[in-house]
Write a protein that binds this ligand. Sequence first.
Ligand code: SF4
Ligand code: SF4
Length: 458
Amino acid sequence: MFINHEYIEKILEDAKNATREDIKNVLEKAKKRSGLSYEDIAVLLQVEEKEDLNEIFKLAGEIKDSIYGKRIVIFAPLYVSDYCVNNCVYCGYKRENDFCRRKLTMEEVAEEVKILEQMGHKRLALELGEDPVNAPIDYVLECLKTIYETQSDNGEIRRVNVNIAATTIENYRKLKEAKIGTYILFQETYHKPTYDTMHPKSIKGDYEYHLTAFDRAMEAGVDDVGAGVLFGLADPKFEVIGLMMHNKHLEEKYGVGFHTISMPRLKPASGVTLEKFPHLVDDEMFKKLVAIIRIAVPFTGIIMSTRETSEMRRELLRYGVSQISAGSSTGVGGYKDREEGKEALQFKTSDDRTPLEVIKSVLDDGYIPSYCTACYRKGRTGERFMKLAKSGEIQNVCEPNAMTTLLEFAIDYGDKEILEKAEEVIKTEKERIKRQDIKDLLEKNLERLKAGERDLYL
Ligand code: SF4
Ligand code: SF4
């Protein structure tokens, strides 16, 4: 087992005795990007002094800027089925909750997709509960096919990340063939005793089968995986080291670790109140966790959902978050239901702004909202992607692609204000591109977009 509980607990305990000097040394090491050990990360996790915390935030911000520049990737979740055979203590879809469950028909999937396309989305995360009878792998494959085939005007979904329960190598192969983007699976908690308590009498209750899901996905050729824990279930410091151990295990065995880490925090849901969870993470701790993960795994995207308030999301973009969802509904058929004024949710969202409002605020903060999906379509995934990312060369495509997709969004779905803001940001950011050949390619793509062409990328 690659999650060594005693070892994690020991290094977290030892790190409580770290001196200011020790903390400074770890930060120096992180600045040089020479890689941090688990012990180093434990030292950062135990930091409490304001001055040291500010150093952590500053360094995380610098790393974020140097690797991700100004771009923020935008996506939306699509919930297709709330049937679930599991009974996860923290989830509104748990089987003991008695509500009228549903799964979308393919016509309904297409309807949801059209609404999402009209919001300008190009990248979705497909979400569903675990139910081998009501929502088997064939249903998921059908959904994928429908999503990719549903187009309206200039709208099309170009990348579907899939968040389905841990499954077999054979099923992962089918997902690969169906052209998924990232395979996302949250471990929820790396702490086995907590895992067992949170997943009573269910398929998901098998800690080891869940933990080794990415191994099976990699064996099946899915080399793009996204991890996550639900912060609030167990000691969050334990979870961060757990994430790092899982990542390292994949790097050592398959040459590539997590493409993304999602950072959801426990939220109230139907039949779920927060009193019984002793490890809830407050805002200050949450900011620290995001910053430390950014420092520890600079090339792994950090995803934040609309569980967080707009203020929190704005702040966390500075310290490390690189992908956010916008205009999300977390209910099955939720986009259509929302248009009709009724939604049943997996968890409560806190940022209920429309995509246009989110994009305006992201632009106002000086970022470039990006709808880019180029890597996946050019086969730049897994090890190939990580090599490009680590060499810094990825910057030469990410930044121009962010600008191109932003202009495409602004022309097709924005209002006058968005278009003006987008053109302003693009004008400024274009000048920062150092390589003239890249600048020329970008300018050409922007002109072609204005002339009516779509889906342009480097
Ligand atoms: Fe089902 Fe997933 Fe909710 Fe657990 S977290 S009850 S597996 S939908
Ligand atoms: Fe992501 Fe690749 Fe696009 Fe960069 S170029 S934003 S890494 S898809």
